[in-house]
Ligand binder design. Structure first.
Ligand code: SF4
Length: 678
């Protein structure tokens, strides 16, 4: 028996671990870690070890389908693609191109995302292109762009290991990003002080030097409180502040009211613990901040990100090794989908669509006049579908029917559309509503690149053929572009697509498939001689000075009441990923975590007369679900937690669609609920 080994990149979280897919007679049989990979160093988490398991699942979509007489029926590729093109053309002619929305995908490659946004802009004529970064880290992109001039992780994954202090907030790192969590554990073994701020206990908070449990929705208060302690005790870095930042005096005035006593009142964090955390972070020679969706998914998520940037800048913890502000991106290519321009206001390389010079550059390259105003976001598109402003959606690899907040409204919006096309690898709640379904190839069946959370361009290589008639999304996007009559969709390979993207996105100027296969390139990598940039903002910020943006605490959009007395927060578990499309079809992962549950503290369980394992009904102002109660001391009284992977008890039936005004990200992390025995 001959076993072939194909080196590729994990399709799950944004860590970007590389591994070998094992192939026997054209079928995947296993995964072997890659010992020489700088990121994973021969380690994988359980999801990585099972990343082959869903690929050949019998439920894969294998042929195109079109809706006829209310039912989806099998179709040829020509028929399905022509239906998409004729409907997009008709709706665009009748209502203007802005009545069409394209959703790109954090699960697709950089090259595919580049083509999705080009399809929207150059072939359809709209900037209405967005993807699920809107639901996870849009506030990171907006917040860090304003503070530092770049919206990405400032440092690299290996650097965690060499930090003296790691402040982790809103991230269950050991379960959601286990290989990054392992780096933090190694820093801990070396003596680094790990501080975790989270409403729940997590495996990392259990071993941390200090665990601070804040009331959900009070992050700005504790961050401002730490900054106040640091300034009051003279622990700030005056030289750094004077030479490299602006806005310090205003920040000092803004944080002044956030005394430890006041912060304790707002957050429930004991004042002594806050003071100690502030001293520990500020006194460390090299302190890193890591955060994830517990920070970003709030109606003031952009301001929380800015507050963390302030904390790093006042202590000079930026622009050096093992420091910085480090958003841990959730999906394998959410960083790359943003880089490639899958955003309604930004072309590839974060060039603004409203900047005339940038627009002229893309018009010249694509041979087409481009719309001058920014498009609508994913979250606003759902609302616009309800009012009839948006009439068609072309979705690549996203499942808004499970991932978006307030699902009852999302379903109404999807049903209001005149036309919905979805390219997917499995049937989902979204494909079930589609007029056309296009079967896509998964990561193991195509070439391309992902960009990891630390800006490293990670090659993806084809190991097996797609099932049936399924095709890679880059081919589907090219077919649609050509059939819509646009130029510049005649690519022969993903490598050619990357070459075009490298010409237009300055950060990727020196990136090619051939180079990415040979070495770890982290953007900015402006030319072919450049080796990439591990640490951002060394010696200066892109826009000159870093901006200290004063931000104030504001209560969450929805507070508890007599009727809804508990706060629901959502997140992941170790075994599943996002909406579960892939992991729930991986037998070993599904065996470990087969059903939905809600975590509740012993205090609340006693008050509600609940025992571990009881079936309970959880209801918010938007809907209700029934699931199993898990009574655990890992969650603070007054708060309950539900993982969002399970369609049969979708947490997003409950969540609040209130949006951050800047990033338009919904407040997934705080909503008021009640719970009772079912
Ligand atoms: Fe895959 Fe993330 Fe696990 Fe690495 S840590 S194996 S990238 S899921």
């Amino acid at each position: 028996m001959r076993v072939e080994h194909v080196l590729t990149t994990c399709p799950y979280c944004g860590t970007g671990c590389r591994f070998y897919l094992q192939v026997v007679d054209g079928r995947l049989v296993g995964v072997v870690p890659c010992k020489t990979d700088e990121i994973s160093q021969g380690r994988l988490c359980i999801k990585g070890y099972n990343a082959h398991a869903f690929v050949q699942h019998p439920e894969r979509l294998t042929h195109p389908m079109v809706r006829e007489g209310g039912q989806l029926r099998r179709a040829t590729w020509d028929e399905a693609l022509d239906r998409v093109v004729s409907e997009v053309r008709r709706i665009s002619a009748e209502n203007g191109p802005d009545s069409v929305v394209v959703l790109a995908s954090a699960k697709c490659t950089n090259e595919e995302n580049y083509l999705f946004q080009k399809l929207a802009r150059a072939a359809i004529g709209t900037n209405n292109v967005d993807h699920c970064a809107r639901l996870c880290h849009a506030s990171t992109v907006a917040g860090l762009l304003m503070s530092f001039g770049s919206g990405a992780m400032t440092n690299t994954i290996p650097e965690f290991e060499r930090a003296d202090c790691v402040l982790v907030t809103g991230s269950n790192t050991l379960e959601a990003h286990p290989i990054i969590g392992a780096r933090i554990l190694r820093a801990y073994d070396r003596g680094a002080k790990v501080i975790v701020v989270d409403p729940r206990d997590t495996p990392l908070s259990r071993i941390a030097y200090s665990a601070l449990h804040q009331q959900p929705g009070t992050d700005i208060a504790w961050i401002n409180g730490m900054i106040r302690v640091i300034i009051e005790e003279g622990l700030h870095d005056e030289a750094f502040i004077n030479e490299r930042t602006s806005g310090f005096e205003e920040l000092r005035r803004t944080v002044e009211p956030y005394t430890p006593e006041k912060v304790q009142e707002i957050t429930q964090i004991p004042k002594e613990k806050l003071i100690d955390a502030a001293r520990t972070y500020a006194n460390a020679e090299r302190a890193m901040i890591a955060y994830a969706m517990g920070v970003t998914q709030h109606s003031n998520g952009t301001n929380i990100v800015r507050a963390l940037a302030n904390l790093a800048m006042v202590t000079g913890n930026i622009g050096r090794e093992s420091t910085g502000v480090n958003p841990l991106r959730g999906q394998c290519n959410v960083q790359g989908a943003c880089d490639a321009g899958g955003l309604p206001d930004l072309y590839p390389g974060y060039q603004r669509v409203e900047d005339a010079e940038a627009r002229r550059k893309f018009e010249a390259a694509w041979g087409k006049a481009l719309p001058p105003t920014k498009g609508t976001t994913l979250t606003c598109a759902v609302k616009d579908a309800l009012t009839g402003k948006v009439k068609a959606m072309v979705i690549f690899g996203e499942n808004p029917m499970l991932s978006d907040p307030d699902l009852a409204h999302v379903q109404e919006a999807m049903e209001e559309l005149e036309f919905l096309a979805v390219a997917e690898i499995f049937p989902t709640d979204t494909t079930r509503l589609a007029d056309v379904v296009l079967p896509g190839a998964c990561y193991a069946e195509k070439d391309g690149t992902f960009t990891s959370t630390d800006r490293a361009i990670r090659p993806v290589h084809k190991a097996v053929d797609p099932p049936g008639e399924a095709r890679p999304d880059w081919e589907i996007a090219c077919e649609l572009g050509r059939r819509l009559g646009a130029q510049g969709f005649d690519f022969r390979s993903p490598s050619d697509v990357m070459d075009e993207m490298a010409k237009l996105a300055p950060q990727y100027g020196g990136v090619s498939h051939e180079r990415a296969d040979r070495q770890v390139l982290r953007w900015p990598c402006p030319n072919k001689e450049h080796a990439g940039t591990p640490v951002l903002h060394v010696g200066g910020f892109k826009m000159g000075r870093g901006v200290l943006v004063p931000v104030d605490h504001a209560p969450p959009a929805e507070e508890t009441s007599e009727e809804y007395p508990l706060i629901l927060t959502t997140g992941r578990n170790l075994f599943h990923f996002h909406t579960g499309t892939m992991t729930r079809r991986s037998p070993k992962l599904e065996r470990e975590a087969p059903s939905p549950y809600v975590e509740v503290s012993p205090v609340d369980a006693k008050r509600l007369g609940l025992s571990h394992g009881d079936r309970v009904r959880v209801a918010s102002r938007r809907g209700e679900i029934t699931l199993e109660a898990r009574v655990t001391g890992w969650i603070m009284p007054g708060v309950v937690f539900i993982p969002f992977h399970y369609a049969e008890a979708a947490a997003n039936r409950l969540t609040n669609p209130a949006l951050d005004p800047v990033a338009k990200i919904p407040e997934f992390k705080v909503c008021a609920v009640r719970m009772e025995k079912a």
